[in-house]
Design a protein around this ligand. Structure first.
Ligand SMILES: NC(=O)c1ccc[n+]([C@@H]2O[C@H](COP(=O)([O-])OP(=O)(O)OC[C@H]3O[C@@H](n4cnc5c(N)ncnc54)[C@H](OP(=O)(O)O)[C@@H]3O)[C@@H](O)[C@H]2O)c1
Length: 269
C-alpha cells in the first residue's frame, strides 16, 4: 500500500571550509507521496540501497569539481539502487525492475528513464554487488589499472586507501594481473585483513611512526601507484617512482574535508 508521506534529506548548511559534517549539515523533511507522478518516459521509484561515498563530501563544498556542488536546500545527491514502483507512458521500465542511478537521499522519487540503468543480477552475484565490484567502485579500479596504469605482471604496484571499497578492488585486480602488490591502510586490523584475506604481498599501516622507513624497505621503487588519498602519502610515493612509472590519480580523500579555495585555483586555472 502506498504511504501518505515519504522522507527526503536536504543539505541544510555547508559544513564549512575545514569542517566535519555535523548535526546542522542536513535536515529531514516529509513530503506528500500523492504528489509523485511519473510522467512520460519516467518512473516512480522506491529507494533500496544508498551508496555513501567520499565524493559526497566534496559535493558539499562550494567549489569547482567534476560535478556541480549540491546547493543548500537541495535533496542530498547520492548514487543508489531502487526498485520501480510505477512506470509512466512509454517508459522502458516496468514495476519490479531494479535500477541504478543518482536517486538521492529520498525514500521515493521520480526520474526520467535516461537517468537510470537497469540492473540484471548475474548468477552468483547479488543486488548489492552493483554498489561494489559490479558498480562504479569496480569499474574505477578496473579501468584505472588497465587504461591508465597499464599494470603488467611482475611490476611493483602500490595502492593507498587499500582496505576501502576502491582500494580493495584495486589490490585484488593487481594480484590477478600478477603484480607485486603493496597495500597502505590505517590500522593493524586492516593490514592483517589485506595480507591474510586479500593476499597482498605486503600491507603497511601509514599511521605507524616508522611508516616512511617501512615503506622504503618494503617497496623499493614503484612501477604503478593507485592513489586514493593524495596528501603526504602521495608525496612519499612520488619520491620513489621508477623511470616510466604510472600514477593513477583516483582520489584525494585526505583533502576532502580540508577544503581550501586557493588549492583548487592553483590546481585548475
Ligand atoms: N568508489 C568509487 O566508485 C570511486 C570512484 C572514483 C573515485 N573514487 C575515489 O577513490 C577514493 C576511495 O573511495 P572509496 O569509495 O574506496 O572510499 P572508502 O571505501 O570510504 O575508503 C576510504 C578510506 O580512505 C582512508 N582514508 C581516509 N582519510 C585518509 C587520509 N587522510 N589518509 C589516508 N587514508 C585515508 C580510510 O581508510 P584508513 O582507515 O585506511 O585510513 C577510508 O576507509 C576516494 O578518493 C574517492 O573519491 C571512488
Amino acid at each position: 500500500m502506498a504511504p501518505k508521506t515519504y522522507k527526503v534529506i536536504r543539505l541544510a548548511e555547508r559544513p564549512g571550509q575545514a569542517g566535519a559534517i555535523n548535526d546542522k549539515t542536513f535536515r529531514t523533511e516529509e513530503l506528500v507521496y500523492a504528489d509523485l507522478k511519473p510522467g512520460p518516459k519516467r518512473v516512480l521509484y522506491k529507494t533500496i540501497y544508498l551508496s555513501c561515498d567520499p565524493t559526497q563530501r566534496m559535493w558539499l563544498n562550494e567549489a569547482r569539481g567534476y560535478m556541480d556542488p549540491v546547493q543548500v536546500n537541495d535533496v542530498m545527491r547520492s548514487g543508489g539502487i531502487a526498485v520501480v514502483i510505477e512506470a509512466g507512458e512509454g517508459s522502458l521500465y516496468k514495476p519490479g525492475d531494479y535500477v541504478f542511478g543518482l536517486i538521492n537521499w529520498r525514500e521515493y522519487g521520480v526520474l526520467k528513464d535516461s537517468a537510470l540503468e537497469k540492473l540484471e543480477v548475474p548468477p552468483g552475484a547479488e543486488l548489492l554487488d552493483f554498489l561494489g565490484p559490479l558498480g562504479t567502485t569496480g569499474l574505477t579500479a578496473y579501468f584505472g589499472i588497465n587504461d591508465v596504469g597499464k599494470l603488467k605482471a611482475g611490476e611493483t604496484f602500490v595502492v593507498s586507501g587499500a582496505a576501502g571499497a576502491t582500494g580493495s578492488m584495486a589490490c585484488q585486480i593487481g594480484k590477478k594481473i600478477g603484480a607485486r602488490v603493496i597495500a597502505i591502510a590505517g590500522s593493524q586490523e586492516k593490514v592483517n585483513w589485506l595480507e591474510k584475506e586479500l593476499g597482498v604481498d605486503k600491507a603497511l599501516n601509514y599511521k605507524s611512526p616508522t611508516f616512511r622507513e617501512e615503506f622504503i624497505q618494503a617497496v623499493g621503487y614503484v612501477d604503478v601507484y593507485f592513489d586514493n588519498v593524495g596528501g603526504s602519502i602521495l608525496n612519499l610515493v612520488l619520491s620513489r617512482l621508477k623511470l616510466k612509472a604510472r600514477v593513477i590519480l583516483c582520489g584525494a580523500i585526505s583533502d576532502y574535508s580540508r577544503f581550501r579555495k586557493w588549492y583548487f585555483r592553483v590546481s585548475y586555472q
